[in-house]
Design a protein around this ligand. Structure first.
Ligand code: BG6
Length: 463
């Protein structure tokens, strides 16, 4: 008998489910390009019925879905959503879940672990009581572990139960439109690909600035910090796409092969005081569930060196922080100045909130003058309503890919392992040297020490 596919969310009453997963399922339901969206089982500890859950979920979907909300479309999705109440940290309760699935005729599973990684092993142990669970697929939210050793342990647990090619590690930045666009911009345009190296580029800056603070996630964030929360995963994914050699094809497997070579070529700096700055926003220690003496960083800036023929000697600067003056994610490529006194060409790939490409170059000032000024070409992709409506959001894209069995736009274990290794080492060096976590003002551009990091090389952040 052909068993029906079931999409189960552990952490069904959490923020991620309401803000991202349910709206993504709605968008999949509503879009023309249909993937098969199966029945959905949401698991939570709270005392809801499927009916009350659907009513509550409706509000979130209406608020956060990309596509226009239509009652009829939502109802089609809602009637396939079932709420199952259990304590997923109690392995004894999984026998009941097994019976529930049997009654539904389920057997073909996708499990989504939208919970903190410390619960992953418990859920895997519990699922041993669920018939056929080991043949299912599993989607794991980041962070994948808390450091290299816990990530490796987690990976062993996962691979001892699920087939390695059924494990989907989400890095939602890989689902963002302009992150996917980077390799096309690079390789489909000889005006860029022919000069994409240390000989022609002065520096590359990758920034992920956020206006929000830790909000309700203080408990998780205080054990994590910017290096683990953003740099180890999202920013290293982008860095490696920017720095990799041209893959043999556009297939993502080929891209991964090139990305991992970049990660392996990343040099751990001898003197970390010249290569990393950590900061914390003023008032962070008063946030709910944060230690009153916390030294967790909410800001990190790094100068990175990729030791290969293309990039040797050219700095990559990476920065990310919370409670900054603006929300902006971009990759700025600053080319070498063609002659003393002339401004650099700058290519800026804007990832969010605006999606687009900005290019700065030199022209003659109009009129009877030889003065040189900068022309600024600014292509805004997301300014078009049609583009916005046609661009799936990251989670929608990645959930659809998982349902279709496409693993390529997910993090691979060797990437996770190599980037943890790097981040663990630099953190340890920073700590050993007793370097400070600089306090910065909310709404500012981050600690001044991060400007000095570039200043020493004669550079400044491109804003
Ligand atoms: C998450 C981090 O992975 O990414 C959050 O845990 C961060 O701390 C978020 O705020 C940023 O995502 P986006 O899509 O808003 O850039």
């Amino acid at each position: 008998m052909n068993k029906e596919q079931i999409f189960t969310i552990f952490g069904g009453t959490g923020d991620l489910t309401f803000r991202k997963l349910l709206p993504a399922l709605y968008n999949i339901e509503a879009s023309d390009d249909k993937v098969f969206c199966p029945r959905v089982v949401v698991i939570g500890r709270r005392d809801y019925t499927s009916e009350t859950y659907r009513t509550m979920a409706r509000e979130w979907v209406e608020k956060f879905a990309r596509l226009h909300f239509k009652e009829e479309t939502y109802q089609k999705l809602a009637e396939r959503i079932l709420y199952y109440r259990m304590d997923f940290t109690d392995e004894k309760e999984y026998g009941g879940l097994d019976s529930f699935y049997k009654k539904m005729g389920a057997g073909n599973h996708i499990f989504y672990f939208a919970v903190a990684p410390r619960y992953f092993s418990t859920i895997v142990n519990g699922l041993k009581s669920v018939a056929g669970a080991e043949h299912g697929k599993v989607v794991l939210e980041k962070p994948f572990g808390e450091d290299l050793s816990s990530a490796a342990e987690l990976n062993r647990t996962m691979e001892s139960f699920f087939k390695p090619d059924h494990i989907y590690r989400i890095d939602h930045y890989l689902g963002k439109e302009m992150v996917r666009n980077i390799q096309i911009i690079r390789f489909a345009n000889p005006i860029f690909s022919n000069v994409w190296d240390a000989e022609h580029i002065e520096c590359i800056q990758i920034s992920a600035m956020e206006e929000v603070g830790v909000e309700t996630r203080g408990g998780y964030y205080d054990h994590s910090g910017a290096l683990k929360d953003m740099v180890q995963n999202h920013l290293f994914q982008i860095l490696t796409i920017v720095a990799m050699e041209q893959p043999g094809s556009l297939a993502v497997e080929d891209m991964h092969r090139e990305q991992i070579k970049v990660l392996r070529a990343l040099q751990v700096p001898e003197d970390i005081s010249q290569s990393m700055v950590l900061g914390q926003y003023g008032g962070y220690r008063e946030e709910p569930s944060v230690d009153r003496n916390s030294s967790t960083e909410t800001y990190a800036a790094l100068k990175l060196s990729v030791d290969n023929d293309r990039w040797r000697g050219m700095p990559f600067y990476v920065r990310t922080g919370k409670k900054l003056g603006r929300r902006e994610m971009q990759v700025a490529v600053v080319f070498k100045s063609p002659a003393p006194g002339l401004e650099s060409n700058i290519l800026n790939i804007k990832i969010q909130p605006t999606e687009g490409v900005y290019l700065q170059f030199n022209i003659k000032k109009p009129g009877e003058t030889e003065e040189i000024i900068q022309a600024k070409m600014d292509f805004c992709q997301s300014c078009s309503y049609v583009n916005r409506m046609n661009t799936p959001e990251a989670y929608e894209r990645l959930l659809g890919a998982c349902m279709r069995g496409e693993r390529s736009w997910f993090s691979q274990w060797d990437q996770v392992e190599t980037s943890w290794n790097y981040v663990d080492e630099v953190r340890e060096k920073y700590r050993e040297m007793g370097l400070p976590v600089h306090i910065y003002e909310q709404g500012s551009a981050g600690p001044e020490a991060a400007d000095a990091l570039l200043g020493r090389d004669g550079h400044s952040w491109f804003d």
